[in-house]
Design a protein around this ligand. Structure first.
Ligand SMILES: Nc1ncnc2c1ncn2[C@@H]1O[C@H](COP(=O)(O)OS(=O)(=O)O)[C@@H](OP(=O)(O)O)[C@H]1O
Ligand SMILES: [Mg+2]
Length: 274
């Protein structure tokens, strides 16, 4: 398993109290007869130390994606994906604060009094959404909007995670009228997969390297919903290189119809920002 967290911080002396609380919660939650010790819990967390890569099968886990959103009481996700020979073949995205009803122009997706959604996708089998209690499974599809003026776009809540200036110039060039919908975590991919908005733009600041656990589950949910997820040069995301994604500039996700105009605007805006 390739996972974002390891047990380093929990093994420190001043973490004893929180480790005891975590061990209690784990034992309360697991339906096993054996009671786990704190050491068992730390060992389980450290099973996530695999580096991934092009061979074999690897689970990719982000236990809390969008940590800042989680702390704010906004959007976050639990993201799990399966890599087979470096290719994402399955993804599950739980978004406990994402309403089942569409979010959009007026909402920033931060209404926390909601049921929550779970998105899932298996390669070649489409993408599905259900409520967190497991009812009402529906197939989801990305937006079919062709005119960028009618599109709305998602981006990171945190300006430190993605350049809001660049996305704003791209949106202006495209003629997008709606303001950006800024939400944390891979909930953006979930919302995109069901057509709440038509575009997701993510341009980290220079020097930042994207990690596979921040995109593996979300990207298969979007591609199985009929969307396209690439870097800013149109290359598909390559999950076979280990923990990191090697990308040109950032990540772009949308439907097929919008992609040509989107790339043109992106190239022009990147060129004029150099
Ligand atoms: N500097 C910088 N640039 C780009 N991305 C960064 C950066 N720092 C962190 N991260 C990663 O972004 C993950 C959260 O992405 P989000 O889309 O949720 O960002 S945002 O919170 O909405 O701004 C976040 O995932 P979590 O750590 O799981 O929250 C990080 O892996
Ligand atoms: Mg993350």
């Amino acid at each position: 398993m390739v996972a974002e967290e390891d047990s380093g911080d929990l093994r420190k002396d001043d973490s004893r109290e929180i480790l005891d609380r975590i061990t209690l919660v784990v034992n309360d939650t697991l339906a096993t007869e054996k009671t786990l010790s704190s050491e068992d819990v730390l060992t389980a967390i450290d099973k996530g130390r695999s580096e991934g890569g092009p061979e074999g099968r690897h689970w990719v886990l982000d236990p809390i994606d969008g940590t800042k959103g989680f702390l704010r009481g906004d959007q976050y996700a639990i993201a799990l994906a399966l890599l087979d020979q470096g290719r994402v073949v399955l993804g599950v995205l739980a978004c406990p604060n994402l309403p089942l009803a569409p979010i959009g122009k007026e909402s920033q997706g931060s209404d926390t009094h909601q049921d929550g959604c779970l998105f899932s996708a298996v390669i070649g089998e489409g993408a599905y959404m259900q409520s967190l209690d497991g009812f009402s499974v529906v197939k989801v599809n990305v937006s079919t909007i062709e005119n960028p003026e009618e599109a709305s776009f998602f981006e990171s809540f945190e300006a430190a995670h993605s350049s809001h200036d660049l996305t704003s110039s791209i949106a202006k060039k495209l003629g997008v009228k709606a303001p950006p919908v800024r939400i944390d975590s891979q909930a953006k991919y979930g919302a995109l997969s069901r057509g709440d908005g038509a575009i997701y733009l993510r341009f980290p600041h220079a020097g930042y390297r994207e990690k596979i656990w921040d995109h593996a589950a979300g990207s298969i949910v979007v591609t199985e919903a009929g969307g396209v997820v690439t870097d800013a040069a149109g290359n598909p995301l390559d999950f076979s290189k280990g923990k990191y994604l090697d990308l040109y500039k950032g990540i772009v996700a949308s439907n097929r119809q919008l992609m040509p105009k989107l790339f043109k605007a992106i190239q022009e805006c990147i060129a004029s920002s150099l």
